[in-house]
Design a protein around this ligand. Structure first.
Ligand code: BYC
Length: 323
């Protein structure tokens, strides 16, 4: 949607003068728009982050989509269906935001389907019971909101604007998840045990969602200087833990962390298993292969829709041929 308005003229080569002028605009909290001059490294960082985010939304539809037919009531089914549809929408806004930086949708989709692109590690874990849908909404969407609210103030206009709507929807997702957990925790002993088991399995992978520790995060310094990131990975992880532990205690659940304790108003947590994070990131998580295979199948099954849309578009514009 944005790409039609992009300048096609080449942008000036990166010089220290371009970089200095750009940083002055960033420091003055000016929004950067698609046709503005920007250093190549800024453009590349945004394409990387926005496209990884878009891919995560699309792959994120799969673990929950799996439960739509098994939701325990019509009300739960309608809410889950709406949530999964929202995630598809988020992926599409984000691809559109990435396109404003001069990369094509086809290239981005190809990177995902060929396994060259990253997406969030969290979506390579299985959803074994209905309580996992509660835990995903409460914890995964809760972590997403913590990470994404600051992105509404990101220096790049199209990304920041897309994030405003996405965060509003994420907030509904988080509440529906917490409400599922609350219902289970107020139910039978078996239902409460199911909620506890889901928390046990999702807690640590959720803490990994914020990315590697600050001292091992290669992109944090430049992204913070460019006001793409407003907080570091560790700062957001701590905010998430501080907000979420009291919610879990209110549910009457125990966190799977013997070292968890409150000190000076913050919840101190144990050591994250970064080997597991690296393994899942490298493609060896419990569901990596299954998730990519499902995404590829959906893409192949949708080929006729893309083809029909192109033929229709060509008919609307005399002289234009279907690609
Ligand atoms: N999973 O220097 P760092 C959602 C990678 S969508 C996989 O800290 P950065 C939701 C990172 O990409 C969830 N990879 O990087 C959807 C980098 O790799 P490369 C996704 C990860 O970019 C549906 C390397 O590690 N959210 O929540 O400064 C339903 C070094 O990291 C992960 C977003 O994408 C990970 N967890 O910071 C429900 C939000 N963490 O590119 C929920 C936007 C790190 O050098 N993204 N890596 O090969 C961000 O805020 C940032 O990109 C991150 C990482 C905080 C994720």
């Amino acid at each position: 949607m944005y790409s039609q308005a992009l300048n096609t003229a080449s942008t000036p080569a990166d010089t220290s003068e371009v970089a200095t002028r750009f940083q002055i605009r960033i420091d003055a909290e000016e929004r950067i728009e698609p046709n503005d001059a920007m250093p190549d490294a800024y453009r590349r960082t945004l394409i990387r982050q926005i496209s990884q985010h878009a891919h995560s939304e699309l792959i994120g539809m799969l673990p929950e989509g799996n439960w739509i037919t098994r939701a325990p009531s019509l009300r739960r089914k309608a809410a889950l269906l709406a949530k999964v549809q929202d995630e598809g929408g988020h992926g599409l806004y984000l691809y559109a935001a990435a396109e404003t930086l001069g990369v094509s949708r086809e290239e981005l989709v190809d990177q995902l389907l060929t396994g060259r692109a990253k997406y969030s590690t969290i979506f390579n874990y299985p959803t074994l019971t209905w309580a996992d849908i509660g835990a995903i909404g409460w914890l995964v969407d809760g972590a997403a909101i913590m990470n994404q609210i600051p992105l509404c103030r990101c220096s790049y206009g199209p990304y920041a604007r897309a994030m405003i709507r996405i965060c509003k929807e994420e907030s509904f997702h988080q509440r529906q998840g917490y409400e599922i957990m609350l219902t289970l925790c107020r139910g039978t002993d078996e239902q409460k045990a199911m909620a506890q088991d889901a928390l046990n399995r999702w807690w640590w992978p959720c803490l990994m969602m914020f990315g590697p520790p600050d001292r091992q995060s290669p992109h944090t310094d430049s992204s913070t200087r460019w006001k793409i990131k407003r907080f570091t990975n560790d700062a957001l992880r701590q905010k998430f833990v501080d907000a979420t532990v009291p919610q879990g205690l209110h549910l009457g659940l125990r966190f799977p962390d013997p070292e968890l304790r409150c000190e000076d108003g913050h919840w101190v947590f144990g050591t994250i298993d970064w080997d597991e994070f690296r393994r899942v990131l490298a493609g060896d998580g419990p569901c990596n292969r299954e998730r990519l295979a499902a995404r590829r199948k959906a893409h192949d099954d949708g080929a006729w829709v893309r083809e029909a849309a192109q033929v229709w578009a060509a008919k609307q514009t005399p002289g234009r041929k279907a690609a």
